[in-house]
Design a protein around this ligand. Structure first.
Ligand SMILES: Cc1cc2nc3c(=O)[nH]c(=O)nc-3n(C[C@H](O)[C@H](O)[C@H](O)COP(=O)(O)O)c2cc1C
Ligand code: SF4
Ligand code: SF4
Length: 447
């Protein structure tokens, strides 16, 4: 059976599934219960000068019947006294010595303040590492902390250096995605000798407007504030930033803890395939509870067995080198939609999507008393849209269409190398259409 042991910056956990610093890691009771369910590690809810929270803190984004594809919050760091957090962290570490416990820290930008919290936390909790919260985009950033640090590479570097001066355990820098280019703060962390980075923290957002109150959500007595966005909807943003760091010539050697929309073992495998050493989860646990880790462990383990991966290292970063610039993609690799009419339920969603939203490459035909969607081979540009909207699994698949032409990228072609395979016209020449042909197209009947 696959060995799920995960190591990041020398910190060893029974598996790669950590709880991210957030409400699920607020208390001893929660973290202990999470470890009982199988979580490999937990990053404690950020400690610092305790704050006061507002009531009403979260806003959700639903999609149809799917609740909480995105979650927005205006909560701050822990509102519990430092002493209480430290006592409970020490108890967790004592009772769960094999599980990973990380202390997340955020204090004012002052060397003494950072030295004090680092020394105290490592001395009194027995935690395995630190995570520096340079990411919170709301509230704390207005006070010069969180994202206000993460957005300025010089501050990231400076504070990480202060922490490294006194820390005797690994230091993970948690990055904010609220920047133009994630490489700058990641490189700053590297220059400061951080042991790893974690990303992403939440994305600056305003989740919605209450149209009766005419005020933003979540609502605090008629007013709202921008907050941090997370959950399944942010996963693509996290993956993109992680792949940028993993392949960077300067920051690329930093171990990465991947965060952002991880809800299933498959998500975790994708993060690891792009170069992460482990993953952290917040929204999925806030939605479904600690028990989801059981499926995550089983699913990842089964998949690794199927693929013949014995350890996480066997596939870590395997997909990273395949992420490249657009200019390096082959211009001569053609694909085309193919519809399995035995599976098709005739909903025609693909037809509408392609006709109105893509390349008018599907047609409706009458065959054997059945109305069918067929692909117009010369019009299909292989964009994938029909297969994305089709509700039936594997009903529309994209097939490679060999053209005999050697691959050529834009970079090569624009430098005078290689030739482009001949492309069909793809678009209808309306100037040659009769009135009847044009009318037939626009009312969706067979052309
Ligand atoms: C309500 C809430 C509170 C959070 N508090 C913290 C925090 O105190 N420290 C921190 O580093 N991140 C905090 N986060 C961010 C999460 O740790 C994580 O980076 C983010 O939610 C993305 O992961 P997800 O998509 O799995 O939720 C918080 C997130 C939420 C939803
Ligand atoms: S979307 Fe899928 S199921 Fe619906 S008509 Fe198209 S191929 Fe058939
Ligand atoms: S792949 Fe794109 S162009 Fe081709 S049929 Fe589907 S939606 Fe139309």
């Amino acid at each position: 059976m696959a060995d799920l042991t995960a190591t990041i910056a020398g910190i060893v956990s029974p598996n790669p599934f950590w709880l991210a610093s957030a409400p699920p890691t607020n208390t001893y009771g929660q973290v202990a219960r999470a470890f009982d369910h199988g979580w490999g590690g937990a990053v404690w809810k950020t400690i610092g000068q305790p704050i006061v929270n507002v009531y009403s803190r979260y806003g959700g984004l639903d999609s149809g019947t799917q609740k909480l594809i995105g979650l927005n919050n205006i909560e701050l760091i822990t509102d519990r006294p430092i002493e209480d957090n430290i006592k409970e962290m020490a108890l967790v570490k004592k009772r769960y010595p094999k599980h990973t416990l990380i202390a997340s820290l955020m204090v004012e930008t002052n060397r003494d303040a950072w030295h004090e919290i680092v020394k105290r936390t490592q001395g009194e909790t027995g935690c395995d590492g630190f995570e520096l919260n340079f990411g919170c985009p709301h509230g704390m950033s207005e006070r010069g902390m969180g994202a206000a640090v993460g957005q300025v590479p010089e501050y990231c570097q400076q504070i990480t250096e202060w922490v490294k001066e006194v820390s005797t355990i690994p230091v993970i820098v948690k990055l904010t995605p609220n920047v133009g280019d994630i490489l700058y703060p990641a490189r700053a962390a590297k220059r400061a000798n951080a042991d790893a980075v974690s990303l992403i923290n939440t994305i600056n957002s305003l989740i919605g407007v209450d149209l009766d109150l005419m005020a933003p959500l979540p609502n605090v007595k008629g007013k709202g504030s921008h907050g941090g966005y997370c959950g399944p909807a942010v996963k693509p943003i996290a993956l993109n930033m992680i792949s940028a760091i993993a392949t960077d010539d300067q920051a690329g050697s930093l171990p990465i803890s991947g965060i952002g929309g991880v809800s299933t073992w498959r998500d975790a495998a994708e993060f690891i395939a792009l170069g992460c050493d482990n993953v952290q989860v917040c929204t999925a646990v806030m939605h479904y509870g600690f028990r989801i880790v059981e499926d995550m462990i089983e699913g990842l383990s089964n998949w690794m067995d199927e693929k013949g991966y014995k350890t996480l290292a066997d596939f870590k970063g395997k997909a990273a080198p395949t992420v490249t610039k657009w200019e390096n993609l082959s211009l001569n690799h053609f694909t085309r939609a193919s519809i399995d009419h035995d599976k098709c339920i005739g909903c025609e969603l693909c037809y509408v999507a392609c006709e109105d939203g893509a390349h008018q490459a599907l047609k409706l035909v009458q065959k054997n008393g059945r109305r069918l969607v067929e692909v117009k081979e010369d019009m299909c540009v292989g964009c994938n849209l029909c297969s994305l909207v089709c509700p039936v699994p594997d009903c529309i698949t994209m097939k490679h269409i060999p053209n005999g032409a050697p691959d050529v990228s834009w970079k090569e072609f624009s430098a005078g190398k290689g030739t482009l395979a001949e492309r069909p016209q793809h678009y209808v020449d309306v100037s040659t259409q009769t009135e009847a042909e044009a009318a037939a197209r626009s009312d969706g009947t067979t052309t």
